[in-house]
Design a protein around this ligand. Structure first.
Ligand code: F6R
Length: 611
């Protein structure tokens, strides 16, 4: 969601920035722009893709070695050329890019209008630029102080970068709620919303925290708080590689990421799933294991796909570790009076580690004294840093907006936590733990067997590519997978899809079933098998089109379904790690048939940094 790239050094800033903005495209955006210093502030911007911006820059030029760029995901003001960032102040002395939302922008704008300021567009960001201008004019301060004073008047969230023609050898950045990091090179510094634009130049990064700002020159940087207290920041080393953020021969990142899952699940378990010793080692939560083991209940909070992983986790933790679990939408958690306190443990799940709603839940729970743990994918992300302890999923960068490998890695972590807690709480016998641990070690190979079936799934995708609706049904561990399958389809193909616990079908959705309705049933061979077969019969009786995801050994379901996609047999509780794969492939292929933008679906952002 919105992306910032900035550069100061010896290279052409527009080259670095445009390349960087392309790397951030996956975050979701509707317009793009750049401002480069070269005597003046040259702004080039417009609605649409970064390639349009690239053409604009090639045609009209934007030479210079200091600049900032932005991809905008509209919040205030429609996506058009004027509202695209960067925004300048009234004197056009400086240009600013901004991620986040300035909540009191309307009040600030009215005051500025009364003082004679004229605005070109409708954005909250332009208001901030004019506010800085006004403060500098009235208070007669230096530019950095004016920025600090303006930010103190702002309610809401921001990650900003500013270039000023009167300070031609510096960029000012600041952060509150929207991620920003600095990449430190030799005689050059890079600025970005995440590490992907930086990784090809340097692996040394500094993460800015909330209420911090930095003044950046070619030689280095000075970080301080918005209240002007100087800080010394740790320089981190990135472990990401450039190959991880490229497509590697696949037509789309999403397909690459679907295929990577046998590897990413194995990576997630490496050094943690000790098959020979029949135990699980999770270093990130070792220090808090006693408190977690003795917890009376666990509250899981997350959004979207990560919330679905949390729902699978609820089944796993209750079945394996006998630990009561409540799963919350992170967005809802803090808007009621959550009953959470020092005796409770919260577990948040987030691929990006930057989701604003999830971060708000972390802060709320910590403020109320709960122990807060995280399952994050992005190393060094805000949630990873603000939680008390946690487990990284190690799935590598996920670029496709629709989450795939992050989900299976999250479920893998939740499975490992469940086994670990089951053993520690003495509710899981060593023999049962051994069965589970062995079954987990076999999951990567089984995932690879499913991704090889891509062609088999293709004819089903082609047949149903233009269906207007889809229904997904599952029970028990596979009910959340039904939700996830429906979410994947609607996100990238724009087909209306709903997921239900299969038994709920007869309480309403059955009214929708006729000969045009594809019904995807997750019918593995487990304790729900008989009931799922009854649901399949109910759909068949109404001429619904059954697409069953079932286990190889389940001949009953295979015979009843119009289409059956089989997965290898595994332990019942681990089936979500397998059943979700054909659903991801089905959604992907349908979206491709519909010529949808698979990796960057309309209106969606990879990292949802506004509430
Ligand atoms: C779905 C999807 C979103 C995210 C949600 C939470 O494919 O990607 O639903 O799962 O926005 O994001 P994270 O996990 O980054 O907190």
């Amino acid at each position: 969601m919105c992306g910032i790239v900035g550069y100061i050094g010896f290279r052409e800033a527009s080259d670095v920035i445009i390349k960087g903005l392309k790397r951030l495209e996956y975050r979701g955006y509707d317009s793009a722009g750049i401002a480069v210093l070269n005597g003046d502030v040259k702004v080039r911007k417009g609605k649409g893709k970064v390639v349009n911006l690239e053409k604009m820059v090639a045609e009209s030029g934007a030479a210079g070695t200091v600049g900032i760029g932005h991809t905008r995901w509209a919040t205030h003001g429609e996506p058009n050329d004027v509202n695209a960032h960067p925004h300048t102040d009234g004197t056009k002395n400086f240009a600013l890019v901004h991620n986040g939302i300035i909540e009191n922008y309307d009040a600030l704008k009215k005051e500025l209008l009364a003082k004679g300021h004229v605005f070109e567009g409708q954005t909250d960001t332009e208001v901030l630029a004019h506010l800085i201008e006004e403060i500098q004019k009235v208070a007669k301060t230096d530019f950095e102080t004016a920025v600090q004073m303006a930010l103190k008047q702002v309610d809401g969230t921001y990650g900003i970068a500013i270039v000023n023609k009167n300070e031609p050898d510096q960029i000012i950045v600041a952060r509150k709620g929207s991620p920003l990091l600095l990449g430190i090179g030799d005689d050059e510094v890079f600025i970005a919303s995440d590490a992907s634009p930086i990784i090809e130049y340097t692996n040394k990064v500094i993460y800015l925290d909330d209420d911090e700002m930095a003044t950046i020159t070619r030689e280095g940087y000075q970080v301080k708080t918005i209240s002007n207290i100087e800080l010394s920041k740790e320089v981190h080393e990135l472990e990401m590689s450039i190959e991880q953020i490229e497509k590697g021969g696949f037509p789309h990142f999403m397909l690459k990421e679907i295929h990577e899952q046998s590897q990413t699940i194995a990576d997630c378990m490496r050094g943690r799933l000790m098959v020979d010793q029949n135990r699980i080692v999770l270093g990130g939560i070792e220090g808090v294991l006693d408190r977690l083991t003795n917890a009376k209940r666990l509250v899981i909070a997350a959004c979207g796909t990560s919330w679905h992983a949390g729902l699978v986790g609820e089944y796993l933790l209750e079945y394996i570790a006998k630990l009561p679990v409540e799963v919350e939408y992170a967005s809802e958690f803090r808007y009621r009076e959550p009953l959470i306190g020092p005796d409770d443990v919260m577990l948040v799940i987030s691929q990006s580690g930057e989701t604003a709603d999830t971060l708000a839940a972390v802060r709320e729970a910590r403020q109320r004294g709960a122990l807060v743990l995280g399952i994050c994918n992005v190393v060094g992300s805000t949630i990873a840093r603000e939680t008390d302890a946690g487990v990284y999923t190690h799935a590598g960068p996920e670029i496709g907006v629709a989450s795939t490998k992050a989900f299976t890695a999250q479920v893998t972590v939740l499975s490992m936590i469940s086994i670990l807690l089951g053993q520690r709480r003495k509710v899981l016998s060593e023999a049962d733990a051994a069965i589970l641990i062995k079954a987990m070690s076999e999951i990567p190979g089984k995932v690879a067997q499913i991704t090889e079936k891509q062609d088999e799934i293709d004819h089903i995708s082609r047949l149903f590519a233009y269906a207007p609706n889809f229904l997904y049904l599952g029970r028990s561990y596979n009910f959340p997978v039904a939700l996830e399958g429906a979410l994947k389809l609607k996100e990238i193909s724009y087909i209306h899809a709903e997921g239900y616990p299969a038994a709920e079908m007869k309480h309403g959705p059955i009214a929708l079933i006729d000969e045009h309705m594809p019904v995807v049933v997750l019918a593995v061979t487990d304790h729900t098998n008989e009931k799922m077969i009854s649901n399949i019969e109910e759909v068949r009786a109404r001429k619904g089109r059954i697409i069953a995801i079932t286990t190889e050994s389940n001949h009953d379901v295979r015979n009843l379904a119009e289409f059956a996609i089989t997965i290898p047999d595994t332990h019942d509780v681990l089936t979500p790690l397998l059943t979700v794969i054909p659903l991801q492939i089905l959604s992907y292929q349908i979206a491709v048939y519909r010529k949808a933008n698979v990796d960057q679906p309309r209106n969606l952002a990879k990292s949802v940094t506004v509430e």
